[in-house]
Design a protein around this ligand. Structure first.
Ligand SMILES: C[S@@+](CC[C@H](N)C(=O)[O-])C[C@H]1O[C@@H](n2cnc3c(N)ncnc32)[C@H](O)[C@@H]1O
Length: 212
């Protein structure tokens, strides 16, 4: 998987000065280097753009790498709501989104995402695009919460669903999230409200359309 991802990233010339600086800022703040892969980020931009989504929800901001990719997809006309546990991560993400030109188009909600999702539901907010990329144990809970907030036809995208490829290899030593991701993929694949598929990009992304 590493080889294929390296090939994709290098062949498609995804050099992007601003995003490289975001990654450098994450390292400088001694935050984990767990942003989406370069190709995954580009896919997010393309999916938001193709779908025409203007109201986007992200679960797991870190330093704003995927947030910038999502916002680039809607350009001048959308709004990103981003949920992040750590206040200092959200602050860096906001700084990076501002450098990218999206300061007026992003709102960070800090604290446990499940609580923020409850608040958004109470406010009867609705979204057209969801990106799930936080604590893996809660992916099923996040999916259920996203379905409450979803406009018909919304897209729900989840990252790291291959758990380093381990979900597909019954002989490999299971990783920390192998079983969680296998179960989550089964749920996505068979969910009556979703049309889903898994794209082996980065650490794997499941993409689902909420049926109308
Ligand atoms: C993989 S990183 C997100 C990377 C980001 N999406 C990107 O590609 O730029 C996961 C993030 O989820 C956050 N997180 C973990 N548990 C969370 C929770 N319960 N609620 C909200 N955010 C959480 C972490 O602090 C971390 O910033």
């Amino acid at each position: 998987m590493k080889l294929i991802n390296h090939y994709m990233d290098s062949t498609f010339h995804l050099e992007d000065k601003l995003l490289e600086e975001v990654l450098a800022s994450i390292r400088a703040h001694e935050m984990p280097s767990i942003s989406v892969s370069r190709s995954s980020g580009k896919l997010l931009t393309m999916l938001v753009s193709i779908s025409g989504a203007k109201k986007v929800l992200e679960i797991g901001a870190l330093g704003g790498y995927s947030g910038i990719c999502l916002a680039r997809g809607f350009g001048k006309e959308g709004q990103l709501t981003s949920l992040e546990l750590e206040d200092r991560y959200a602050q860096l993400a906001y700084r990076n989104l501002s450098i990218a030109g999206f300061s007026d188009q992003v709102t960070y909600m800090t604290g446990a995402a499940l609580q923020s999702l409850e608040k958004l539901a109470e406010e009867q907010q609705r979204f057209e695009f969801f990106f799930i990329d936080a604590d893996k144990e809660n992916y099923e809970n996040y999916l259920n919460a996203c379905l409450v907030l979803a406009e018909p036809g919304a897209l729900i995208v989840a990252d790291n669903v291959l758990a380093g490829g381990s979900v597909a290899d019954s002989e490999a030593q299971p990783k920390r999230h192998t079983d969680t991701m296998r179960k989550f993929n089964e749920t996505m694949a068979h969910h009556p409200q979703l049309e889903s598929l898994l794209i082996p990009i980065g650490d794997g992304m499941t993409i689902a359309i909420v049926k109308k």
